[in-house]
Structure formats: structure tokens, C-alpha cells
Design a protein around this ligand. Sequence first.
Ligand code: ATP
Ligand code: MG
Length: 434
Amino acid sequence: MNEPLSLIEESKISVNALKVVSRLLEHGHQAYLVGGCIRDLILGNVPKDFDVATDAHPEEVRELFRNSRIVGKRFKIVHVRFGREIVEVTTFRAPHTDKYDETHSESGRTLVDNNYGTFKEDVFRRDFTMNAVYYQPEAHEITDLANGVDDIRARTIRTIGNPEDRCREDPVRMLRALRFEAKLGFDIAVDLAEAVQSFGYLIQDIPPARLFEEVLKLFMSGYGEAAFNSLLQHDMYGWLFPDSKRSMTTHATEAVVRLALQSTDNRIAIDKPVTPAFIYAAMLWYPFTEEKQRIEKEEGLPHVAASHEAANNVLAKQQLFTSIPRRFTGTVRDIWFLQYRLPARFGNKPDVLLDHKRFRAAYDFLLLREGAGEKTDNLGDWWTEYQEASESRKAEMKQSSGKKKRGRNRNRKRKRRSGSDTNTVGTPTPSWNP
Ligand code: ATP
Ligand code: MG
């Protein structure tokens, strides 16, 4: 079915993507723009990047573009670079039906996927109808064999073919459906939503590194809170973050994560730097504090050792589901450990903390905890004022919190003698210094 050209506003197409298509056509290949870029153009949006589908094999594409390289393990694709822009060129793929045994895990997931195919096969191996609309810019022609244009107009996310089969074949498609629901505000077709409910558990079969990539797309693209809502609504959150999900029943995890994602979305909107470490710190904060308390109680370890062991345990467990690169786990730990240092506001401690490279993240995190209802004795306000205060005001502030601390220590000694337990989560011990 060919649609009229008025659907696509050609001025919104990247000239570099057009160059790639032209060159492939010139060399006798087929070449189309396809996927998110065409979906976005039909919606009247400016696409963030462009994908090209062609019958040329990766090595042939590589030879046509000096500025290109072959990437991808599961399936080879070619990145053609123009300054900061990358045009992704993918060779038509065949469906997965042949060689089923060799290429699929027991649950039906595709393990290796390097069969090249025809144009038509490429259409039907794509995930959703809205992502399978092809556009040939020189002929100004849309080819829509999967009825994607209608679904884009109806704002519906629908699998090409049977949702159960397509989700089994690649469970990541379920996360993609949720991501598009969040990003585009589309509805997930009823049969696909049912498949997600029934087969969500299959994402446990996906390598953690691939899931981490998907988590980044879900949470770090400017619509993280909406993605979080989708994950919760379709009962997928727990398959990615089981400890975090479990802690929602007893702790303010949902509120803390929501605030972290809102803050990340706002920062992305104004081009400020963001890190997934902040989100992971929020998702796992209560599992961490719970584990720390357990270790203190059951293993009798002191604060510092218990904190380190708890962080190790909680992060190691999460890594079984989604990997977290080491540069981020370091930041997560810093954010957590600093929560126990922020209450120590006497002597030179506040100034040492202000110089810590993660102070700002830790302070922001403290505000999230307060926003989620944790009682911290207005610690956030204190730090807000301290950062802006004059030297003389700083001295005053330290002195008055030093007095409070002495008062608290006396109380604590009395309490200990009476055998009561101190809760270190809401009001972490001020003198603790990891
Ligand atoms: P975005 O706007 O977020 O980039 P997109 O639809 O372009 O969305 P990509 O991840 O860039 O998403 O993928 C490009 C295209 O490749 C998709 O539109 C879809 O046709 C196809 N695709 C990607 N991942 C899968 C998958 N897991 N299964 C089937 N097809 C896929
Ligand atoms: Mg894309």
C-alpha cells in the first residue's frame, strides 16, 4: 500500500540520511528510511536520529562510506558518521523461523540473528506496525505493508503478528512497547498488553548488559517518570528491579524513585548532566538500608563495615538482572554513604563534605528522601542554608548543630543503657565517617 507524500514533511529529514540513501541507490541497492524517524515524521515531530534499511550487506555499506564502521554483536549494522550525527544502516533481515534450534534459547528467545532477508521479510521481522513504515525519499513514496500508518494515526502500539510469539522471540520488545507508550503517549493494543502481563518474566532470560541499555533508554531519555509508570502499570518493574519492587510494600521506594526520575527529566529538559547512578541509588536505597540493618543485627558488624557489605550485596544482586557499570556503582555507593555523613555538622566536617565530589548528588538525594517523607530533622534545609551562608553564619550554624549533637549523644547513651534500639535510617548517626 503506498500512501501520499503529504504525510512526510521532507524538510525535517536529515540531509545526511538523504545522502546515505542516495549513495546506496546510486550503487544499485535498495534503500529506505524506516523505524522511529518515519513514525516521528508522520506524527509531525522532528526525528532524533535516522535509520536506513537496505539490501546491501554490511561490508558493502562499509565500502561505500569512508566515515563508517560495522558495529553490533547480535546483528551487524553500519554506523555512518557525519560529525556528531550517526546514520544507522541495517541490512534487510529474515524472520527467525529457520534454524530455530540453533538460534533460540529454550524459552524461544533469539540468540544469534544474522540472516539477511528480502525487503518483505525485513518488514515482518520488525517489532511494531508503527516501526515498519518505509519511506523512499527519491521516489517520495511510503510503503506500509504492516498497516503502520493507521496505527500511528490511531496512536496504537501493535506487534506485527501474534504478540505472544513476538514477545517470546525477543522479550525486550515488551520493554520497547512500554517505552513507546511512555515516550509517545500511545496505547498498547489489548492483546499485546495481555502478553506483557503473561510473559513479562521472560525478560529474566535477557543478558543483564542488554537490559541495562534498555533501562538507560527508559529512564534517561527525558520521559523517565512516564516510563516508570508504564513499568509499574504493566507489572514489569519487578522483573527488572526485584528488590526495589519488594521494598515498595514497606518503604517509600516508589516516592523516592518518582522524585529521582522527575528530577532527571527536568534536568534533561534544560540540558543539565544526569547520571543513572542517581536513579539506581533511589531504586535501591531502602533495600540497602534494610540490608545494612540486617547485617548490623545478625552479623554484629559496625556501621562502616555493615554499609560496605550491604552495598556489595544489594548491588551484586541487582547486577544479576541489569548490569551496572562500575563507574556508576561507585557513585551509588558514594551517594548512599554520604547520607550518613550529612548529619555531622560540627568542626570542619561540613566544609570537608562540601568539597566532596559527590556532595551535590548526596545533598539532592537527601532532599528526595525528605520529599518522600523521611524524617531527618530538617537536615536538607540546614544544608541549603549552609551552602549559601556567609563565613560568620556558617560558624554559628556549626556551633548550634554541635550543641544539638552533644544533647543527642547524651540521650543516646541513656537510651543504650535502657537497652532500646536506635534506628539509623531516619536519623543516621552523626559521627559516622566511612
Ligand atoms: P527511537 O525513536 O527511540 O530511536 P526506534 O523505533 O527508531 O525508536 P530503534 O531502537 O532505533 O527504535 O530501532 C530502530 C528500528 O529497528 C525500530 O523502529 C524497529 O523497526 C526495529 N527494531 C529495533 N529493535 C527491535 C526488536 N527488538 N525487534 C524487532 N525490531 C526491532
Ligand atoms: Mg531509532
